[in-house]
Design a protein around this ligand. Structure first.
Ligand code: G6P
Length: 367
């Protein structure tokens, strides 16, 4: 079937806007709203027997793996290892019995991820795949297919597939936690309610589109941009930097806030915008103190936080982007939106080919 951009100027923007619908569509397969429970499809193995999790992916999908590590460790109390597929397949990884191997891929055809999946299977590891294309090689080969229902993604830079992958990763984390006896019914209901609220909260985040478009010009002139975050917002910082690089060709780096003092702070001056992803919560003050260290050196800060966070730390920034108040579990799904929109509008301001950036392919089926 032909897919068109509708009223949108680019597929990327259309796909960013589809997120409330496709995330809801995806969650429908993994949530029983009446019981407020998570439910994965039937599987031929016992989740309670899982002792550790290894997540392997490439690019944007690998950040879903990194966020999954925070969630699975927190909720299921299982050790989690995350690696990019090109390293995993050649480093002779140790895969003891009890390992659940998880691949994450939009296309299900990325050569390195597919090779990593085959390596896990040959090593006797039980595998699951968070995959968007149900007819793909990976979808056929995994023991447990966890489909995302993002629909076809045309823009080379992944957006809606990413948030749908996060939704499924959250459901997997919760289900693992229940299977391991680490989450009681009450706790599960609370996280499921947060997940159910995700699509609406993503919609609320989309309302900042115009404000973000309005500030894109200030970022478009930069040569380097730094993104900072802590906890699950650290991989989001990596994703923000990747998105910006991919489509605007501006050099960008994502860093764990606490690591800034170990290197990137040397780069900071008035010419380097610093994008800080910091929902309120237990890590907020720590991130803010890292942000202030940078401000003291002239950094031009864009703070992405909620109303309480902005009230506390929004001074002396060049811009603030106010996100809704969110449950920590869904913060990455919501904070993905401003990060995607910022990259998009900066690229439009620079006049680059947003949907077909130079040198990149939608699906990399060669090594
Ligand atoms: C390419 C795309 C990225 C994507 C990565 C992994 O590099 O340009 O957007 O994140 O491949 O693709 P996959 O299909 O495995 O998710």
């Amino acid at each position: 079937a032909m897919i068109d951009k509708g009223n949108h100027r680019h597929f990327m923007l259309k796909e960013i806007y589809e997120q409330p619908v496709v995330v809801a569509q995806t969650l429908r397969s993994y949530i029983r709203p009446v019981e407020q429970m998570v439910a994965l499809p039937d599987m031929a193995f016992d989740l309670a027997a899982v002792e550790r999790v290894v997540i392997v992916a490439c690019g944007t999908a690998s950040y879903v793996g990194m966020i999954g590590k925070y969630w699975i460790e927190r909720f299921a109390r299982l050790p989690v290892e995350v690696d990019v597929a090109s390293e995993f397949r050649y480093r002779d990884p140790v895969l003891p019995p009890g390992t659940l191997g998880v691949v994450v891929s939009q296309s299900g055809e990325t050569a390195d991820t597919l090779a990593a999946l085959r390596h896990m299977k040959e090593s006797g590891v039980t595998t699951a795949g968070i995959i968007n294309v149900p007819t793909s090689s990976m979808a056929r080969e995994v023991d447990l297919l966890l489909s995302t229902h993002a629909g076809p993604e045309i823009g080379v830079a992944s957006t809606k597939a990413f948030t749908c992958q996060l939704a499924v990763m959250a459901a997997l984390s919760v289900n693992l936690a229940r299977a391991k006896g680490r989450l009681d019914a009450e706790q599960e209901r609370a996280v499921v309610r947060a997940l159910i609220a995700a699509p609406e909260t993503i919609s609320a985040a989309l309302a900042y589109d115009e404000a973000i478009a309005g500030m894109a010009g200030t970022i478009a002139g930069a040569r380097d941009v730094l993104y900072l975050g802590r906890g699950p917002e650290y991989p989001m910082a990596l994703e923000g930097a990747l998105k910006l690089k991919e489509i605007s060709y501006i050099h960008a780096e994502g860093y764990a806030s606490g690591e800034m003092k170990h290197g990137p702070i040397a780069l900071i001056d008035e010419a380097v915008p610093l994008i800080v992803l910091a929902p309120s919560g237990p890590l907020f003050d720590k991130t803010v103190s890292n942000m202030q260290e940078a401000q003291a050196r002239g950094a031009q800060v864009v703070l992405i936080s909620d109303a309480a966070g902005i009230a506390q730390a929004g001074e002396n920034t060049i811009a603030t982007i106010e996100m809704p108040e969110v449950h920590p579990l869904i913060a990455p799904l919501v904070y993905a939106v401003p990060v995607q929109l910022l990259a998009y509008h900066v690229a439009v301001a620079k006049g680059t080919d947003v949907d077909q950036p130079r040198n990149l392919a939608k699906s990399v089926t060669v090594e």
